[in-house]
Structure formats: structure tokens, C-alpha cells
Ligand binder design. Sequence first.
Ligand SMILES: [Zn+2]
Length: 233
Amino acid sequence: MRILAVGAHPDDLEFFCGGTLAKYAKSGNEIFMSYLCTGCYGSRDTEPAKLSEIRAQEARNSAKIIGATVFGPISNDLDLFSNRESRIKVVDIIRQAKPDIIITHSTNDYMADHVATGQIVFDAAFTATLPLFKTDYPAHEKIMPIYSMDTSIGVGFDPELYIDITDYFETKKKMLLSHESQHKWIAGHHQTDAVGIIEKMSSFRGLQCGVKYAEAFKRVKVWGRIFPESLLK
Ligand SMILES: [Zn+2]
């Protein structure tokens, strides 16, 4: 299977679905990690252009840990809007990755880039399937399921699906720690530390489903993206 995960900033996927990506990479699936914004404002003292370069490298370092392919960015932070230009760019990410499933932000998350990413990915996922919608890449005609990953600190997110990441928590942590530029920033701007966040969130989601560490998801429920399941495992 081919899994495309699209976050807003270079470290978002590590927070919300890094363990899941690590798990599915290990079992032989092809993983594509995309972020749409440069992360250029995630600092108090580094120039935005310089910070964008640093963060692009950090994203590559993290993806390398699980052998994922990286796409992005397409915009500076807070310049990302759901418009024709961004939709086409994400259509081309989807057409290159040719995913069987997509994971992205929930549209009720805490800041504009996360909300915009969730919306643009949803819009682009349909657009990417249309052969007559011409871009640099041929259409990916599969209408694939889309999953929302947890919101920041799980606020307003009622999960439908839990992935046991107990054996992959250390990998998730290593991926997150690849984003070295962010440790001080998150500690200062959000008054908490990044590893503390994933430790608490993964433990809490794990507690809900009876394992040590888990990540939580919801399906985007629209026509064509819902598939029957069994009550019996
Ligand atoms: Zn973010």
C-alpha cells in the first residue's frame, strides 16, 4: 500500500501520526510525508528564509528514519489558503504519490495552516482523480479513503480508530527529535516540551484503547470514501 500523509508544518506528522507511519513503513508499505508550509515563523531569533532551509533538512532527516519520501513545501507559514494555486500543487503531490490512503489534519485544529491543509487536501484528493483536470502529472483515478489525524493535544477530537504504536513510540520520538530547531521554540512559545506532548498524547490514546501507546484517527465520511468493515475480527 502507498500512504500519503500531509501536514501543515515540517514536524506535524511526527506529532500526530509518526508512530503509525513508522509502523506501516516497517511492514513494507510505501510512505510519503508531505508538509505544505515552510515552518518559517517557528522561531524567535532565526531569519525566516534561513529557518525554512533548516526545517527542510530536519524534515528530510526525520523521513529518512523510516525511509519515507518527502514532498513540500508549497507556501510560507500563514500564506496557505484554499485556492486554485494551492489546490493544483497538492493535486500534483497526490498524483506523484499515487496513494491508497491519505492522512491529514482535522479541519477543526488549532491554527490556520492546519485548517487550510485539511481543506486543501480534501479538495485536491477529488480533483487529482479527474483525467481532464490537466497538470504536470497524469490523474490518479483512485478515490481513496482520507483519515484525519488527531488535533493538537486532542482538543475537540473524538477518535474512531486507534493504531497501537507501542513498538514504534521510540521511532516516533526519534523522528520528532530530528526537528532540532523546534525544541526551544515549542518550550518557549507553547510552555511545554515536544517529547512531553507526544508522551502524554500517545499514552492517553493508548489508555483509551488498552495499549501503552496509540495514535488516533477519524475517517472523512463522504460518498466514495466509506468502505464496509466487519464487526468481527
Ligand atoms: Zn503545525
